[in-house]
Design a protein around this ligand. Structure first.
Ligand code: ADE
Length: 247
């Protein structure tokens, strides 16, 4: 099995490149793809860039040019649910596009001509990922200590719905509007559902893993960069170190 790994932040991709036994580097479509082995699995690693179009271009290349059988997307997200705190991990269940609206031709959020309002993640992949994060939070004591020093006292993992859109959500009204329209959604980001849609078109399984970096309100602009540099860049490689051997 060849696994496509997409990082939404160049900091996490750089950390993963350092962990990888890299056989080949290919530049295509303004992206650099790293093929090699990571924690015992054959992978192709790439930085997605930000937003739904950028992520779609990246994942399409992973599938069509590099022939991956499964795609794992990791990055950060803003919390919508009050049950989430900064530093928590969300494993995506249903992936929605909160900015999709072709009404009145079809219901709001429905992807035109597909008849679906969300893309659902494979249950076995979800369970495996969840267990991997539980193990990581139990056993990687140095990393957990680092989280605690940063103020993330009790990091937890949640399986939940995720909404993507071409918008950094950073005010209370925008946040509340998404919660009202999509009440089952736990967090918001800018790529996951686009990756899920491309994977759906090509019958490739996908997994979206997001670390909560902010609460998608007026504090988001301050919290986001601090979290990105200090914590988020390290999370992905710890999660993949646990997860990849189980796939
Ligand atoms: N990614 C991380 N935080 C986000 C936010 N508040 N809105 C959209 N994408 C994000």
């Amino acid at each position: 099995m060849k696994i496509g790994i997409i990082g939404a932040m160049h900091q996490e991709v750089d950390k993963l490149i350092a962990e990888m036994h890299c056989r080949q580097q290919t530049v295509k479509g303004k992206r650099t793809f790293y093929e090699g082995s990571l924690y015992g699995k054959q992978v192709v690693l790439v930085f997605s860039r930000w937003g739904k179009v950028a992520a779609s271009t990246t994942v399409t290349q992973l599938i069509v040019e590099f022939g991956v059988d499964c795609v794992i997307f990791s990055g950060i997200a803003g919390a919508l649910s009050s049950q989430l705190a900064i530093g928590d991990v969300v494993i995506g269940h249903k992936l929605y596009q909160h900015d999709m609206d072709a009404s009145p031709m079809m219901p709001r959020f429905e992807i035109p001509l597909i008849g679906k309002s969300y893309f659902e993640t494979d249950k076995v992949l979800i369970e495996t990922a969840k267990q991997s994060v539980v193990n990581l939070l139990k056993h990687e004591t140095a990393f957990v200590q680092k989280l605690q020093d940063f103020g993330v006292k009790k990091p937890k993992v949640t399986v939940g719905d995720i909404a993507s859109g071409d918008k950094f959500v950073h005010c209370k009204q925008e946040k509340e509007a998404i919660i009202q329209a999509l009440p089952t959604v736990f967090c918001v980001e800018m790529e996951g559902a686009a990756v899920a849609q491309v994977c759906y078109d090509f019958d490739v399984s996908f997994l979206v893993i997001r670390i909560i970096s902010d609460t998608a309100d007026d504090t988001a602009v301050e919290d986001f960069p601090v979290f990105l540099e200090n914590i988020a860049s390290e999370y992905a490689h710890y999660i993949l170190k646990e997860l990849l051997p189980k796939l």
